[in-house]
Each structure stands twice: as structure tokens, then as C-alpha cells.
Design a protein around this ligand. Structure first.
Ligand code: NAD
Length: 482
């Protein structure tokens, strides 16, 4: 696999990233533990120039001032460019994240349509419309707040970069993209596709690095809006950085998502769905069912069915077509997951490990953590599934709503009305009954991030609207009393 050079892009023009990182920060192939490539980061001077480029391009309106359909034409070429490199993005993401290639390929091949979705929403919403004001000309305008910082995690690198960038651009905003230092490769292809599509110079920049580079963006007064996906502690740091100037925030953070299994649930289906959800993206899916609360009378039967489902996983390198569970992204993730498992066991839980992953690389054995009142100290983001019994639906809701949650919830039952009623009590932006797909349940789906799972929400139209404020402008009414 050809690995792209880790370049910094200032306003769509590539240059060498100024900082050569030490070998201790080299990129590692999670399948083997071997070094993939030495890594590079942007210098703070480069971050400053990227921000200046976004600021200048916003100020002279070279992008937001372009008619929305002219922007749409350029974005359609961006979509086509992404489709042309989809296989490469998929391969690079599988190498960086440990997510099986069969899954990264699905994401990468939907990148073009993600951009087309942003175009369609942009055209539907428009930049400006006339309000009903009789003879007078009064208009409602959508105005990008200003330059945006787009900060992404490593679990779905190209999908996150494309989604944020496409909607920022469709909204007329300029952008500085910063991928996770653990997954910097596919962003190179994304930004190159934007430049080749004819996005004007200055509008899109790419900077590389970790928290220091991210903080340089989020504390910069020229950045008006920040869309970040990542962990809750990082979200807090970004919220604090944004607070003095009230930079607009969309924070998509972590959540130990509850799944309630009622006594009448179909056990085989429930076990298959829970394992499929919990092990998706090698266990690294933010909306995965993570903490199962099961009616006590079917607890043992469900656990046995879960073990059988885990045993059927094909554990192997993320680059193998047959793999259904790859390694986690890097060794610090592996160590943290083992520490979380050990802490729960030390507090009285029982760990049931199923399967035998390769001995080298960043593999974590799929594990059920069984016990009562399991209280993980932080988000569990890997192939662990917590399972505990409950004695009544009221208790299930109490347990499910405790702790750091808010992103997603699940209910399994054969009584859909009862499931819906219970699901409405969950503190979560999305509740799925009897399923755990990554995909939205219906077009027009939308969800807020409840509790500590973030600020803002998922939803295409909402994402477009996030990047803009509204301005009303027109001839005032004459002779008003006030
Ligand atoms: P992370 O919080 O470590 O990093 C996320 C991004 O923030 C990275 O680009 C990182 O370099 C950057 N960053 C770190 N410190 C920063 C700072 N002080 N200022 C600005 N930027 C900073 O998260 P991660 O480990 O890369 O990703 C995994 C996390 O992402 C999990 O918690 C997962 O739940 C979450 N996630 C959430 C969603 C969602 O939609 N809610 C989706 C995917 C992943």
C-alpha cells in the first residue's frame, strides 16, 4: 500500500509538514505492531498560516459570496474525486484504525454521496430568501459564522473528515481540518480531492498534529466555529477554549450506551444484534450498545447466546477481507481497554473472554464483563460488552440513565409498544428498538447529544445549519409606534 506523504495544506496548496516527530511517535500498523511510517506534524507557524488563509478567504467572500449553485458544481466534482480514491481511503483507514477493510470500504464508497447530500441540503436551504413584507424588500440570509476548525478522531477517519468538510463547504464556510495524529493518511486524499475539484485557494486547509495543534486552532480568535468529534475530556478542553469568545460548538463525544433487554425479547436475535453493534468498527463505534441491562430471568440464557455470537467473530488483520473484528487502533487503546477490564474485575465483575486473537498487534479479545452495578470510570471504546441483570423496567431505566451516557440507547423486546414507551424514558438522542445498525432509521432522522455526550447533534440539515447564523436585512417599516 502506498502511504501518502504527510503534507500540510495551506489554503489548498500542499507543503512539507515542518515537524518531524520522533520515532516514539511513529505510526504503527495495529495488525502487527510494526512501524508503518515516521510521522510529521504541522508547526504552529503553519497552523497560523492555515488559519490566516481561512480567515482571508472568509473575509473576501470568495466562497460564501459564490452563488449556491456554483458552489454545488464544484462540490459535485469534489464528490466525484472522492469516489475515484475511495479504495485508497478505505485501505488507509483500515491500516490506521484497525477497522476491517470490508467496513472502511463501505464508508469510503459512500463519501461521494455524503457530499451530494450536503449539496442537496445546501441547495434546498439556500443562502437567502425573501420574507413576506408587502412592498418592502426584507430578506433572511444564512451567513457562515466564519472560519471553522474541523477536528476528527481516528475511528472513521475519512468519513468524519468528508462529512464535516462537505457540510462546512456547502454552508459557504472556510475550513481548517485537523485529523487525529493516529489516522492522518486519508485526510490527504480528501483535501487533494477538494483542491482538484476547484475549491478556491484559501478555503480548505489541512494541519497535522495532536492536542497542541488542535488547541492552537480552538483558541484562535479567527476561528468562529468548531466541529469536533472525539472523547469527552477533549470536548471539555475545547469547550473551555471556545468559551471566552463564544465560538460556536458542535461536539460529538463519547457515551457508554445502554441496551435494555426485556424478558420477552427474542434471545437469539438480541444476542446477534448486540454483538454486531458492540463489535462494529472493531468495537470502536461511538453509538455501539456498550452496557446491557437484561431482565434477570433471561440473564443466563442471553449471556450464553452472547458467548456463542462472540465465538463466531472472525478475528484477524483489518486488511483481510474475511475479518469481522480487527485490532484496536493503537497500543495505548489496547492498554486502556485491558486496564478498564481489570478495574471492573477488581470491583467484583467477571470477565469472559471469547476467542483467541493473534498474539502480536493491538488485538483485544472480545470480552463480556458480567456483574451487578457495573460502573466503568470512563467510556469503554473497544470490544468489551458489559452485561448486568435488572429486576423491573423502572430499575432498568434508572440504571441505564446513570453515568456518562446520552448518545444512543437500545431496547430489545417483542412488545414494540412497551419497548417504545421504555425507550422514550432513555436519556439518549437515538433509541433503536431491536436493532443496532450504524445507519439512520429513516431519511430526515436527527438526534441531539444528550448529557455529557456532547453539544449539538447529528442530522444533515442541522449540521449545515450549524455552520451558519441567520441575518435578517431589509427596508424598515415606516411610521411604527415603537
Ligand atoms: P480524542 O478526544 O483523543 O481526539 C479527538 C481529536 O481532538 C483529535 O484530532 C485530537 O488530536 C484532538 N485534540 C486532542 N486534544 C485537543 C485539544 N486540547 N484541543 C483541540 N483538539 C484536541 O478522541 P479520539 O481518541 O481520537 O477518538 C475516540 C473518541 O471519539 C471516543 O471517545 C468516541 O466515542 C468519540 N467519537 C464520538 C462520535 C460521536 O459522534 N459522538 C463518533 C466517533 C467517535
Amino acid at each position: 500500500m502506498h502511504l501518502p506523504a504527510l503534507l500540510t495544506w495551506i489554503g489548498g496548496v500542499a507543503e512539507e509538514s515542518a515537524v518531524a516527530l520522533p520515532s516514539s511517535e511513529a505510526l504503527i500498523n495495529p495488525n502487527t505492531g510494526e512501524i508503518l511510517a515516521e510521522s510529521r506534524a504541522s508547526s504552529l507557524e503553519q497552523v497560523d498560516r492555515a488559519t490566516a488563509a481561512a480567515h482571508a478567504a472568509h473575509a473576501d467572500a470568495r466562497w460564501r459570496g459564490m452563488p449556491v449553485d456554483a458552489r454545488a458544481e464544484i462540490l459535485e466534482r469534489f464528490a466525484e474525486g472522492l469516489e475515484a480514491v475511495a479504495d485508497d481511503m478505505a485501505a488507509l483507514d483500515a491500516l490506521n484504525s484497525g477497522v476491517p477493510i470490508s467496513v472502511t470500504r463501505l464508508f469510503a464508497h459512500s463519501a461521494g454521496d455524503t457530499v451530494r447530500g450536503a449539496i442537496a441540503h445546501g441547495l434546498a436551504l439556500g443562502d437567502e430568501r425573501s420574507l413576506d413584507a408587502g412592498e418592502r424588500d426584507v430578506r433572511l440570509r444564512r451567513v457562515p459564522w466564519g472560519p471553522t476548525a474541523l477536528i476528527t478522531p481516528w475511528n472513521a477517519p475519512s468519513a468524519m473528515a468528508v462529512k464535516k468538510l462537505a457540510y462546512a463547504l456547502a454552508a459557504g464556510a472556510t475550513a481548517v481540518l485537523k485529523p487525529s495524529p493516529a489516522s492522518p493518511f486519508s485526510a490527504q486524499l480528501v483535501v487533494r480531492a477538494a483542491a482538484e475539484a476547484g475549491v478556491p485557494e484559501g478555503v480548505v486547509s489541512l494541519v497535522l498534529g495532536g492536542g497542541e495543534v488542535g488547541a492552537a486552532l480552538t483558541t484562535d480568535a479567527r476561528i468562529s466555529a468548531i466541529s469536533m468529534t472525539g472523547s469527552t475530556p477533549t470536548g471539555r478542553a475545547i469547550a473551555a477554549a471556545a468559551a471566552p469568545r463564544f465560538a460556536r460548538l458542535q461536539l460529538e463525544l463519547g457515551s457508554n450506551n445502554p441496551a435494555i433487554v426485556l424478558g420477552d425479547a427474542n434471545i437469539a436475535h438480541t444476542a446477534a444484534s448486540l454483538v454486531s453493534g458492540a463489535m462494529k468498527l472493531s468495537g470502536q463505534w461511538c453509538e455501539a450498545p456498550r452496557h446491557v441491562f437484561v431482565a434477570r430471568e433471561i440473564h443466563d440464557e442471553l449471556v450464553a447466546a452472547l458467548e456463542a455470537e462472540l465465538a463466531a467473530l472472525v478475528i484477524g488483520p483489518s486488511t483481510d477481507e474475511a475479518t469481522t473484528l480487527g485490532p484496536v487502533a493503537f497500543s495505548a487503546r489496547q492498554e486502556e481497554l485491558h486496564a478498564q477490564r481489570d478495574a471492573l474485575v477488581a470491583a467484583g465483575a467477571r470477565a469472559v473472554e471469547v476467542g483467541s486473537p493473534p498474539a502480536t498487534g493491538c488485538f483485544v479479545t472480545p470480552t463480556l464483563i458480567l456483574g451487578e452495578r457495573l460502573t466503568p470510570a470512563s467510556e469503554v471504546f473497544g470490544p468489551l460488552l458489559l452485561v448486568e441483570p435488572f429486576d423491573s423496567p423502572v430499575e432498568a431505566i434508572e440504571l441505564a440513565n446513570a453515568g456518562a451516557r446520552g448518545l444512543a440507547g437500545y431496547v430489545y423486546t417483542s412488545d414494540l409498544e412497551a419497548g417504545r414507551a421504555l425507550g422514550c424514558e432513555l436519556i439518549a438522542g437515538e433509541v433503536k428498538l431491536n436493532g443496532s445498525s450504524v445507519l439512520d432509521m429513516a431519511p430526515g432522522s436527527s438526534q441531539s447529544f444528550f448529557g455529557s455526550s456532547g453539544i449539538g447533534g447529528h442530522g444533515d440539515r442541522e449540521l449545515l445549519e450549524f455552520f451558519t447564523g441567520v441575518q435578517v436585512i431589509g427596508s424598515d417599516m415606516a411610521g411604527l409606534p415603537l
